[in-house]
Design a binder for this molecule. Structure first.
Ligand SMILES: *[C@@H]1O[C@H](CO)[C@@H](O)[C@H](O)[C@H]1NC(C)=O
Ligand SMILES: *[C@@H]1O[C@H](CO)[C@@H](O)[C@H](O)[C@H]1NC(C)=O
Length: 334
């Protein structure tokens, strides 16, 4: 739970910064008090810790001495075509605790599994999802670009519903990764939770976008949620290379990154009432895990692929991790 000291530090810092900017004690007091009230009034409380624990550490399928969950990234995209029923079955067969699945929509609004907003990288089709109806998506080969395409040929793009039913059958925990479409996603997921209440105990909704999580909790506050974060994501790619060649643009984005990082760690987590924080693996340290533990939030690391790393996150840090492969010592992922 949040300690008093933490809030006092936070609002003192805001107070000092606003005072430096406005040079007015009246305005500073009004603005700081408004921020405090805003968070206090509009925040969602975390779901009960016992239920979050049930989702993050189910009795079945946890690994290592710290009993961590091992989650197949996009179902385990190295071992089978990502975001397919085949991937879900492989992950289960290979001992995963759960799978991370990406929610998208066909042009006619059917919730499906797909990471990108085009079908080009993974299937034999081409074009943006916003222009392909579900009946046309259904004709594509979702294994077409996978290294094991012969073994998995003819695999289809699953609907969200099909994927969820397969996971429930195999008792896999689901980490729903929602990229955008806050309203459609919250509606589609709410329908699923009402139809299959066991999902409240066995799945978590995650997003890079706080708006998506906030919207999800507005439509159903009982759902367990997480924010996903990669520090410096606006100014740099995953491998650290700057996104923008113009120095001004780069510095501006770097400044926004600092603000976004601050907001995630001090305001947004509380506003959304998240139970877990999914963070790029290189930023996870014992102190970092401790920071979140004091707030009743669990760290989940992504994407942990080499055997040495898996050992480290599982045995030393003892945090849940998301991986591309349940079987192989894989290439590092950025
Ligand atoms: C993609 O592959 C499937 C299955 O082999 C096939 O039926 C379909 O016609 C192919 N579509 C395209 C656009 O090549
Ligand atoms: C969820 O878990 C709680 C506590 O273990 C249990 O009482 C409840 O029946 C479960 N709900 C479903 C739908 O499985």
């Amino acid at each position: 739970m949040l300690q008093l000291g933490d809030e006092v530090t936070l609002y003192s810092l805001v107070f000092v910064l606003v005072l430096l900017g406005t040079r007015s004690t009246v305005w500073t007091t009004v603005l700081t008090a408004s921020l405090y009230l805003f968070v206090a009034v509009f925040r969602f409380p975390q779901v009960p810790a016992s239920r979050a624990r049930q989702v993050l550490h189910p009795a079945k399928g946890v690994a290592g001495s710290g009993k961590v969950s091992v989650i197949g990234h996009r179902g385990g995209g190295h071992d089978a075509p990502e975001n397919t029923i085949a991937a879900i079955r492989e992950a289960s067969k290979n001992g995963a605790t759960g799978v991370e699945l990406d929610l998208e929509f066909s042009a006619d609004g059917v919730p499906i599994l797909m990471h990108d907003d085009t079908v080009d990288r993974t299937t034999n089709g081409s074009g943006p999802l916003t222009q392909i109806s579900f009946s046309d998506l259904n004709k594509l080969d979702a294994a077409a670009k996978h290294r094991l395409r012969d073994k998995f040929s003819g695999e289809k793009i699953p609907t969200l519903e099909e994927a969820v039913e397969e996971c429930m059958k195999l008792q896999l925990t689901i980490y729903f990764d929602v990229k955008g479409h806050p309203d459609e996603a919250a509606t589609a997921l709410k329908v699923l939770y009402k139809k299959h209440p066991v999902l409240y105990n066995s799945s978590i909704v995650c997003s890079f976008e706080p708006k998506v999580i906030y919207r999800m909790r507005q439509s159903d506050p009982e759902v367990v949620t997480a924010l996903t974060h990669r520090p410096w994501s606006m100014s740099r790619f995953g491998d650290g290379v700057p996104r923008f060649s113009s120095p001004w643009k780069h510095y501006w984005m770097t400044l926004l990154d600092v603000l976004l990082d601050w907001a995630h760690h001090h305001v947004l987590w509380k506003l959304c009432g998240i139970s877990a924080f999914l963070v790029q693996k290189n930023f996870v340290s014992p102190d970092y895990v401790q920071y979140w533990a004091q707030r009743g939030v669990e760290v989940v690391a992504w994407t942990v692929n080499t055997n040495v790393e898996k050992e480290y996150y599982q045995e030393l840090l003892q945090v849940n991790y998301i991986t591309d492969s349940l079987l192989e010592d894989c290439e590092p992922h950025y």
